[in-house]
Each structure stands twice: as C-alpha cells, then as structure tokens.
Ligand binder design. Structure first.
Ligand code: G3H
Length: 491
C-alpha cells in the first residue's frame, strides 16, 4: 500500500504524523470462492490548521498582486510550467497505474487521460503566448490610447471530480497558474493517491507558495478555506450540492469568483430518419464509456416511436459486446465503480423505474457484484420515474419513445440542466429546428454524434445549473484573469 504522509505547503513537502485516510480500490481480485477488495493506500487526514497554512502560503506568494509569481514575466512563468510538464511526463506509468487501481478506469482510457492532460498544458502555454501578444497591442479609441492588460484574480482553490481526477483538476489548475494566480489544490476524494507521484515535480518547479496541495475531509479543510473569506477564485468540478455547500461558507460571496462544472442530464434525440447504426454506436459510447461516469455522458435517450424496436434491438446487441473486466484486461468495456454505495443507488433507480412500468430490456441488466454493475437498459421510461430527471452517473440507460418533437424539446427547455444535447437525423430542416430550440438552452449541441468535452480546445460550458464560466484552453485563461485598462488621454 502507498501510505502517503506528504503534503505540499510553501514549497516544502511536509510530513504528517496524524491520522491517515484509507483509500479503498474498487477493483477486486478472485480469492478462493470469493473476491478480495484492497485498501491500496492512505492519505493525510489534515485539519483546518494545515489547510489555513496552505492558504497563508498562497496568499503570501500572491502578496496582493505584488508577489513574485503574479508580477513575473510571461516567459519566466512559462519556463516553470514547462519544467513541471517535463517532470510530469516521467511519471506516466505510475499515474496511469493509480488511475486504474483507484477509479477503475481502463488502461487505454487512463493513458488517454494522462496524455490529454499533458496536451492541455502544452495548448495552454501556446494560448497564453497568443493572449500576451494580443494584450501588448495598443487600442486607439475616441481620443484615448489604451492598453488592456490581463491580470490574475488572486488565490484560487482548485478541486475536481473522481471521474477525471487528473484531467479535470489540471484543466483549471494550469490556466490559474499560468495567469499568475496562486493556488490551493485539494485532489479528488477517489483518485487522490495519483497526485502523490507528482508532488516533487510541483515542489521543484514552482516558487514557494505558488501551488499548495492539501488532503483531508472537505468540510473541515476546504470549509475553513471558504470561511476565511480569503479565497478569490473557486474552481470546482463536481456536483451542484458539493459546490453550493462550500460556496455558502464564504462570508463575502460578491468577492468570490466561481468557475464551476456541475451536474448534467444530457439527452440524445434520435429522429425517425437518423442513420440508426451511427446513432446506436454513438449512444453506446456516449452513455456507457467509463460506465457512464462522465458529466458529459448521454443520460437519457429519446427515440422516435417508428424506429424504437429496431433501435433497442441494435442497442442491446452492442451492450452485450461490452466485456466486463478489470481495468488492465485487454478489450474491457465495463469496470467496477469507485463510489461506495453506488451499486445500491443504481439498483434503487432501476427498481423505481420498474415499479412505474419500465422493463429492463437487456439480458443480465442490473446484475451486480461487489462494485460492479452490468448496464441496465430501461424501456419504456416516463416522467413518473426518478431516472427521467435524475443524473444517474452510472451504467443505466433510460430510453423514451416519442411521437412528436414537443416531448424532447420541452424536456431540454424545462430541464434544470443545460450542458449538452445530441440530435441524430438527416433532414437538415428538421435538425435546424432542434438547433434553434436548443441554442439558448445548452453549452453544446452535437449533431449525429455523442456528447463529449473534446477537442479540449473547444469551449466547455453549460447553462442553468450545469456550469458557471467557460473552460477550454483559451477561455480558461480568460476566466482566471481580468482585464485592467491603462488609458492615456491624447492631448
Ligand atoms: O466528466 C466530464 C469530463 O470532462 C468529460 O470529458 O467528454 O472527454 O469524457 P469527456
């Protein structure tokens, strides 16, 4: 087991002598006639005292905008980031291994998460150079000569979710750092050990206090940071509940900038003239890749009544091909779920749907074993069932048959969420009607393809309760900074 005692404050890897928080792995190994699940390590159970020390270190490094980091030249800040990236690349094998053990992500997807995160940092550096070039330009307007400078916001708190514990946190962390903010970073609850191999790289690549990494229970450690009122930016990707519980602790909400990626219930709408094979393929990966544990996953599928039988038959055939296994097995499509209690939660959602008239239409649907849940495809689903509205974040696929366009359109328009929607169809006029109906409802409309974040240079955002602020490479630089105007009046 990896018993970690180190945490990073003010450029120093401190050693924690207090209690540790055990990390259980969702993957299980055969043992005799049963199975064995392992505690694979532990992390420091820090208290509010240490988290406030981390905050002080970040606040001192920022020093009200006068610190070394926020005043450093663009070229120098980039050098620090590049040093980190070079050191991070050397830790690929270790981090990938921990991604598999901690969150059950397949080898292929774990490697992809690692590589994509490195690419994101490279793209961030490039976008930063472009932004800096543009900021240097003088603007002449109505008798003024002006320069607009992009400046940092202050101390950022960065937190991310368990499903992308590396990628989702680093896509806020690095834009924050490169713009000159200083950071307190608390790794995700699951997918926490995988930051350990990078601690030395963080320590060695940045001046003291620029990046501080803490561990422990959220309410105690992050709660103290929020209550201090000294956090300027709250970058959080996770649940609405998590974000709201923490945000409300800040005594001066008007001084806190939030950058949030939250819950979503992305629908797919399959029209009667859709290329059905493509729709099935996209809906399978859209709803079931990484066991449906993606904020961007398709979480409800509306299919036109005239093609419902054929859609379900083809969909089920593809579900059957998904091979369950351990993350390191080759060709594996379904893996164990990291969240304790998740299997029971999904089972209850399925039971609720069954009690309200749905059938589990695929063979073996909903069976479970330890932290494993075989995909349940539910049909016919209606608005009396919890699964119609609730974000399952797991391998349950609710299918609704619709007859006219009103049901799927009203579903999106009336939803509390607004991250993405996918429309499958070939009649361009009909598809355009859907695009017009959704353009003010969601952050992204996918035509004939699944919902997803990538390419990561695309804007990643959402409407209503799904997001606040836009993350992409270039947008993220903007959200972690503000424009200060230096205006000279022509005389
Ligand atoms: O969970 C949200 C992730 O940002 C999803 O990214 O669409 O590439 O899986 P993805």
């Amino acid at each position: 087991p990896l018993d970690q005692r180190e945490y990073l404050i003010n450029g120093e890897l401190k050693i924690w002598n207090g209690n540790l928080n055990p990390v259980a792995s969702p993957v299980f190994l055969k043992k005799g006639n049963g199975y064995e699940q392992k505690i694979i390590g532990s992390t420091p159970l820090l208290t509010s005292k240490e988290s406030l020390e981390a905050l002080d270190a970040a606040a001192n490094a920022y020093n009200l905008g006068q610190g070394l980091w926020p005043t450093m030249s663009v070229t120098e800040r980039i050098e620090h980031i590049e040093n980190f990236l070079a050191a991070m690349r050397k830790k690929r094998t270790e981090v990938v291994k921990l991604l598999m053990w901690e969150i059950g992500k397949t080898l292929k997807d774990s490697e992809k998460e690692f590589d994509r995160t490195c690419d994101y940092i490279v793209d961030t550096i490039k976008a930063y150079k472009d932004l800096d070039r543009n900021s240097a330009k003088l603007v002449e307007e109505q008798g003024f000569m002006a320069q607009i400078r992009r400046v940092p916001l202050g101390v950022a708190l960065c937190m991310g979710p368990y499903n992308y514990p590396l990628n989702e946190t680093f896509t806020t962390l690095f834009p924050a750092l490169i713009m000159g903010n200083t950071v307190v970073f608390k790794p995700a609850k699951y997918g926490v050990l995988l930051i350990r191999p990078l601690l030395e790289a963080f320590r060695d690549s940045f001046p003291p206090g620029v990046i501080n990494i803490i561990y422990g229970r959220g309410r105690e450690t992050v709660g103290a940071l929020m209550e201090s009122g000294k956090i300027d930016v709250f970058a959080f990707i996770g649940t609405n509940k998590g974000a709201n519980d923490l945000k409300k602790l800040h005594p001066k909400p008007h001084r806190l900038k939030s950058i949030l990626g939250l819950d979503a219930k992305n629908p797919a709408i399959v029209l009667e003239d859709a290329d059905i094979n493509n729709a099935v393929t996209e809906c399978i990966t859209g709803s079931l890749s990484f066991n449906g544990q993606r904020c961007t996953a398709l979480k409800i599928v509306f299919v036109h009544k005239s093609i419902i039988d054929s859609f379900i038959q083809k969909f089920n055939a593809e579900v059957k091909k998904l091979k369950p296994g351990m993350p390191w097995d080759s060709g594996v499509g379904l893996t164990p779920l990291p969240e304790p209690g998740k299997v029971d939660y999904l089972r209850n959602l399925v039971e609720d749907a069954k009690n309200n008239g749905a059938k589990v239409v695929n063979e073996g649907g909903g069976e479970y074993l330890n932290s494993f849940f075989y995909p349940a495809v539910l049909y016919p689903v209606n608005n009396k069932m919890k699964i119609y509205y609730e974000e399952q974040f797991g391998p349950v696929v609710p299918i609704v048959a619709f007859e006219n366009d009103d049901e799927p359109i009203n579903y999106v328009v009336n939803s509390n969420y607004g991250q993405q929607v996918s429309v499958f169809g070939t009649d361009s006029k009909r598809v355009a009607k859907y695009v017009d109906a959704f353009v003010n409802q969601v952050g992204r409309i996918n035509l004939n393809s699944q919902s997803q974040r990538g390419p990561d240079t695309f804007p990643f955002n959402g409407r209503k309760d799904s997001a606040e602020g836009t993350l992409s490479v270039a947008d993220a630089l903007r959200v972690f900074s503000i424009r200060t105007l230096v205006a000279t009046k022509n005389t």
